[in-house]
Design a protein around this ligand. Structure first.
Ligand SMILES: [Zn+2]
Length: 266
């Protein structure tokens, strides 16, 4: 609990001034859903993530019998930064597809819709995520690297880095960083993914190259202003936890289908 609290205070001290300096619009008081997102914060990235991290280190042992020794020697012998980059890149490829499927498959969208239900997107709303959704993303991002023979502790280290980066890409910032948009996902880039009026796009979490490759890159001139989902999602944490098992978000199914309306990058 002390680690979770420490991480929360650190992110709060870092992100509050950042969002204040580059705020797109002034905010009056606390936004709706902040307390719910706070519960998500303490349950998800560290609660679920920590358990899975332990599982991944255990899985490394299991895979060590299946992965050819030559692979492990090859990957383990790479310079640290190269290993780090490879794990990020492999994880990003599988995360891209897990994310894209979460928007096109009814069953997955039930859970992913919780993440998109926030009417405002900021650093804390990054952590509004159904635990099933978290587990799917953690498996997609980390298991292939483990199966390839990269070391478990390195994969866990990359997962922590990724989670921190995701906090930044959800930040409520007007900062354009236009020149970065083809290289790395920025808050502006990811906010377009949360835009209700945008086509299903910008599924990459780190490298826009996957959106460019698979035709889902989206960068309009106007900043997104319309966040959330069309169907009703419970406002409380418990409701968000159980509703996906009970009710399909039928009225939103039209939105996350296909990717044919992607506009050209400017
Ligand atoms: Zn999404």
């Amino acid at each position: 609990m002390a680690v979770r609290g420490g991480l929360f205070i650190s992110l709060l001290l870092l992100m509050l001034p950042v969002e204040r300096i580059w705020s797109p619009r002034p905010r009056q008081g606390l936004r709706a859903g902040v307390w719910t997102d706070l519960v998500h914060f303490f349950v998800n990235p560290i609660g679920v993530g920590h358990s899975l991290a332990m599982a991944f280190i255990g899985l490394e042992l299991v895979f060590s019998f299946a992965v050819p020794k030559a692979w492990r020697t090859l990957f383990g012998g790479m310079p640290f930064l190269l290993q780090f980059g490879c794990v990020l890149f492999v994880g990003e490829f599988f995360s891209y597809w897990a994310h894209r499927l979460s928007h096109s498959q009814t069953l997955l969208w039930r859970f992913h819709a919780v993440h998109h239900s926030s009417g405002d997107v900021d650093w804390l709303s990054a952590h509004r995520q159904h635990p099933f959704d978290t587990i799917l993303f953690l498996i997609a991002a980390n298991l292939p690297a483990i199966a390839l023979g990269f070391s478990g502790p390195l994969v866990v280290f990359v997962a922590v880095f990724h989670r921190t980066f995701v906090t930044f890409t959800h930040a409520r910032m007007r900062l354009e960083l236009r020149w970065l948009r083809l290289l790395i996902v920025t808050p502006r880039y990811h906010h377009h993914h949360h835009d209700r009026d945008a086509p299903p796009s910008n599924f990459a979490g780190l490298f826009p190259v996957f959106d460019l490759l698979f035709g889902t890159f989206h960068w309009p001139e106007a900043l997104p202003t319309n966040y959330g989902v069309q169907h009703r999602v419970s406002k409380g944490w418990l409701g968000q936890l159980f509703l996906p098992f009970i009710q399909a978000p039928a009225d939103d199914l039209a939105r996350p289908q296909g990717t044919s309306t992607i506009r050209k990058a400017r």
